[in-house]
Design a binder for this molecule. Structure first.
Ligand SMILES: [Zn+2]
Length: 389
């Protein structure tokens, strides 16, 4: 094994926590001297520490190898249709600052840019002057991105947000060189898997159910992006041939049925029939959920139909990817068991029983900063690994 490869492996191992030299020697079956050289190189670079190792002898107790929190910190920004959330984390993943801006009005690209700038300035203010250097910034985009060039391709729910060189904009405005631009769904699955730690199964699918509907997939710690950044677009799987028109131009996409606009369209159509319900015109997802949870008959009937369509899209996911865990996030998960029970039923009726044997469906327990944390950690990892190349 080459030294750089070994250094990369050590860094990778430390992303998941701490370790000791003896643990790594045993795990990788390498000579102590080979490991010593790689560990010393990382210590000289300041990336890792061995806080309990005194001199050359460690005594009987194995000393721990840890990432050096003082080495630097990383910003994560999550641009969402209804808010912008940001965090700063140190090298070990500790949270140093967090900022949240709720979007008051209908958001467009200009408002989005002001929110991002405000969020970054707010985070920097909280950090003050005595802090490890800011080494990078990860940006979670609400739409499609070109992973290679770091360009925002299009977010259909955010007017004016298309073909935008967000990487250059962030670099010019904030002077940060190491930047990662990824989809918010990818950042989310990364942190979901991270939060599960050793208990994370090999394959996890994530579905965000909010204004739009997004998906992401992680296998053995690696997020799947697709060759042109269009992978896992679960919102645009067709669940109703000849169904309502989607913003992407197709008919009957899941997003057109179960996204915010789709739910509104169905509610408005229902109201024109003069039914007895507490649903109102142009309802928000939150108000729709309140009606469902209060037992409104029209709302619950709609909720089961919507959940069934989500289940139908997930039938394709199960058939293609065979994940052991499906995590749901986003506003619509407020439907709770209405959602999960109905999805489970649809999967049972349509999937191979063997594919469901290990499958668990759960609603995410992470907070509103999860995606920002995910993209900050993606940024950290890419910088640290790049340093060893
Ligand atoms: Zn579509």
């Amino acid at each position: 094994m080459k030294k750089n490869e070994l250094q990369q492996k050590i860094i990778h191992w430390l992303f998941a926590g701490t370790t000791t030299r003896s643990e790594l020697i045993e795990q990788w079956q390498i000579r102590p001297g080979t490991l010593l050289k790689a560990v010393d190189a990382l210590k000289i670079d300041g990336l890792i520490m061995e806080p309990n190792r005194k001199g050359k002898k460690t005594g009987r107790r194995a000393s721990e190898l840890v990432l050096n929190s003082e080495y630097g910190c990383f910003i994560g920004i999550d641009l969402h249709i209804h808010y912008t959330a940001g965090v700063i984390m140190d090298l070990t993943g500790n949270l140093l600052a967090e900022a949240f801006i709720r979007s008051e009005t209908e958001k467009n690209a200009n408002i989005a840019r002001s929110e991002i700038a405000e969020c970054i300035e707010n985070l920097k203010r909280q950090l003050g002057t005595d802090h490890p250097p800011i080494l990078g910034l990860g940006f979670a985009d609400p739409g499609l991105v070109d992973q290679g060039s770091g360009i925002s391709l299009v977010a259909v729910n955010l007017p004016g947000w298309h073909d935008f060189d967000i990487t250059a904009w962030l670099n010019n405005n904030f002077g940060i060189e190491h930047l990662n631009v990824t989809t918010s769904a990818a950042a989310r699955i990364f942190i979901e898997a991270n939060a599960l730690g050793q208990t994370a199964p090999q394959s996890i699918f994530h579905m965000e159910l909010g204004t739009g509907i997004g998906g992401s997939f992680i296998k053995s710690g690696a997020v799947f992006y697709g060759d042109s950044g269009c992978g896992m677009e679960i919102g645009h799987v067709i669940v109703e041939p000849d169904g309502p028109l989607c913003q992407c131009g197709n008919k009957g996409c899941l997003e057109a049925v179960a996204g915010e606009a789709g739910i509104r369209r169905q509610v408005n159509a229902m109201l024109s029939r003069e039914v007895i319900t507490s649903l109102t015109k142009n309802i928000s997802i939150q108000s729709f959920i309140d009606c469902v949870n209060s037992g409104d008959k029209v709302a619950t009937t709609m909720a089961f139909k919507i959940a069934d369509k989500i289940g139908l899209a997930l039938v394709n996911v199960v058939a293609l990817l065979n994940p052991a865990l499906i995590i749901l996030s986003g506003e619509l998960t407020g439907m709770g068991s209405y959602l999960t029970n109905s999805i489970e039923q649809t999967l049972k009726m349509n999937c191979h029983p063997r594919a469901l044997k290990k499958l668990e469906i759960k609603i995410s327990e992470l907070d509103s900063y999860a995606t920002a944390k995910g993209v900050a950690m993606i940024n950290r990892n890419s910088l640290l690994i790049r340093k060893q190349c």
